[in-house]
Design a protein around this ligand. Structure first.
Ligand SMILES: *Cc1c(COP(=O)(O)O)cnc(C)c1O
Length: 394
């Protein structure tokens, strides 16, 4: 017996649910790439991507996923033998740094762990000790999708200035852009990157990079530049150059629709919606945790992010729970990755999500916990309902 017919809920931290409006916007014939509406579409998208990043700097759109956008950032500002500092708080900044290492960059990891945010004071101390200024860039993820942590990018930027160090601050905003504030210029971020398939509600396939003037100055001397990723090439006047070849037309139509939907809702409301649905999830997990088998991965409540909740499951197989939720009830929750592989699960509340989707997802997890006999206190879904009833006023 299953109750999974109907629309499947994809509650994994990317790709996220693509709105029907976005799917429809892509369902159209290809258009000319040398003239006509595509040219204005590109100009508008570059402007609006920069707007979402919070920068007056330049934006670049790549046909790539997040890993591609990582490579775009690295090749444009670094040279072989340069040294960078990677701030650990999960898996993703580490992965970005690993790619840099494979490109001939010397990588130092500022030790952190899977259960907490980066500590800005430690960044400041490390940079102060770098008297010769050998560190060329600092890499950090705003939200790490493996651990479920949110890092305070403003405070990290402040720490770098307090250290009097001029390394570039480079931020991975794949799991946060369009879900929570990102203020590239205000926070002193020099290079930021993201992807289309998470908070930005579009299909996978577009990578975004933003760079300020300082980064574009460093770019002029970067030795790792390659034709496809190169910012200078993409700043050329010809529309064709902006994508280093044929534009990903249909993804661009979809992205336009997704951005229009975000702006129409209002970014402040979008961010607040994420906060409320994330907290509803945390209320549920907090109740379940009373049964001792379940717990938050991120120890400090204020460091838990608003796009994904990473949950530890002690003594029980999370894959059994994931399979139950999927096969019996039509909800796909994320598996644990990195240190949490086989030891936890992740619930995404990212992008095109609303109250019924999250309450449905949380209810299904609670059904699964009950059906599988995993110890938990009952009433997690009810706690999420109570939270939303208290916050979302008539
Ligand atoms: C998903 C994700 C990535 C990688 O994106 P891909 O599109 O899968 O290459 C990088 N960083 C963070 C924080 C992510 O969540």
């Amino acid at each position: 017996m299953s109750v999974r017919a109907g629309r499947e809920f994809l509650a994994i931290p990317g790709p996220t649910t693509v709105p029907d409006e976005v799917l429809r916007a892509m369902h159209r014939p290809a258009v000319d790439i040398y003239s006509g509406p595509l040219l204005a579409l590109t100009d508008g998208l570059l402007r609006d991507v920069a707007r979402v990043f919070g920068t007056k700097g330049r934006a670049y759109i790549y046909i790539a996923n997040g890993h591609g956008a990582w490579e775009a950032t690295l090749t444009n500002v670094l040279s072989k033998g340069d040294k960078i500092l990677v701030l650990e708080s999960g898996r993703f900044a580490i992965g970005w740094g690993d790619n840099a290492r494979r490109m001939g960059v010397e990588v130092e990891v500022l030790k952190g762990d899977m259960r907490r945010a980066v500590r800005p004071a430690e960044v400041e101390a490390r940079l102060k000790a770098d008297k010769g200024g050998t560190i060329k860039a600092v890499l950090v993820a705003q939200i790490d999708t493996a651990s479920g942590v949110v890092n305070d990018i403003a405070a990290i930027g402040q720490a770098m200035r307090a250290a009097g160090h001029d390394a570039l601050l480079m931020v991975d905003a794949v799991a946060s852009l369009g879900c929570m504030p990102f203020e590239m210029d205000k926070w002193g971020v020099d290079v930021a990157m993201s992807g289309s398939q998470k908070g930005l509600m579009a299909p996978p396939g577009l990578g975004f990079v933003a760079a300020n003037d300082r980064a574009r100055e460093v770019h002029k001397k970067a030795g790792l530049r390659t034709p496809y990723w190169d910012w200078t090439d993409r700043e050329g006047d010809l529309h064709y150059q902006k994508y280093a070849g044929t534009p990903p037309e249909h993804l661009l139509f979809g992205l336009r629709q997704a951005l229009d939907m975000l702006f129409e809702e209002g970014l402040e409301n979008v961010y607040q919606r994420h906060r409320l649905l994330a907290e509803a999830t945390r209320r549920a997990v907090g109740i379940w945790a009373e049964g001792q088998a379940i717990g938050f991965n991120i120890i400090e409540p204020s460091e838990r992010c608003d796009t994904v909740t990473t949950v530890q499951l002690n003594g029980y197989d999370p894959e059994t729970l994931r399979a139950y939720c999927n096969q019996k009830c039509g909800v796909i929750i994320g598996h644990g990755i990195g240190d949490l592989s086989g030891k936890g699960f992740r619930v995404a509340h990212m992008g095109h999500v609303n109250a019924p989707m999250m309450l449905g997802t949380l209810s299904v997890i609670e059904i699964g916990l009950g059906a599988l006999g995993i110890p938990h206190a009952k009433g997690g879904a009810q706690a999420a309902i109570d939270w939303l009833a208290d916050q979302v006023k008539p």
